[in-house]
Design a protein around this ligand. Sequence first.
Ligand SMILES: CC(C)(COP(=O)(O)OP(=O)(O)OC[C@H]1O[C@@H](n2cnc3c(N)ncnc32)[C@H](O)[C@@H]1OP(=O)(O)O)[C@@H](O)C(=O)NCCC(=O)NCCS
Length: 195
Amino acid sequence: MYRIDRLANRSEGSLEPITSPMFKISLPSPGQDRARNILSQDIPKICSWVKTRKALRMVSGDNGDCLTPNILQKWLENSLENLVLIEIGSDQPIGFCTISISEIECLPAGCVELCHLIIDPKKRRAFSIGKRLCRAVKEKASTFGFSYIVGRVVPWNGYAKVLAEREGFTEIKDLPLWAPDAFHWYNYDLGIVSN
Ligand SMILES: CC(C)(COP(=O)(O)OP(=O)(O)OC[C@H]1O[C@@H](n2cnc3c(N)ncnc32)[C@H](O)[C@@H]1OP(=O)(O)O)[C@@H](O)C(=O)NCCC(=O)NCCS
């Protein structure tokens, strides 16, 4: 039986502009990027973010030495929706993910999976793009009427685990049957009561 922790910590960090102590630069405010669906012109850019077998294993179960347009196409076909975060000014993609109910068999009703979250390696960590995309996913999943977002992380992906926890996802400790135990699984309660 799938147990949902309704007491999940929903607190979210601020997305106000912050100054990186290391680089001493001002970071963009929340209004300086926007999410939209993928366009064909985004495909080479997004593929260029995943250049090794290890990097591909972090974001999918696909075999290969890098992300290819064919693999990306398959992700899109398996998704309900995709989100590309666009940097205002350069108008370039800086983050990508999908939401899906078919990447995993027997996902419980009301759940949607956050999949293939990838940030442009040049923009990682300093700009809170991962957090921003997670928030865009929460909005989208709410709009679709889902009650929960789940996500899986390979055990050796420490940054993704921290991001999940920072965004109020709770680790699912007693894994339900549908959740392959090769991953750490996280759950976010959208607070929507289904009829
Ligand atoms: C994991 C990933 C999505 C994080 O995105 P990001 O935009 O770099 O992360 P954010 O800037 O939003 O940071 C979110 C939190 O993660 C942690 N974190 C992320 N990168 C980190 C790093 N290099 N070092 C230390 N902490 C890090 C921080 O705690 C940060 O919160 P804080 O700033 O409040 O301390 C990004 O590194 C990435 O694309 N990795 C490769 C693909 C991947 O692993 N996808 C996830 C699959 S489940």
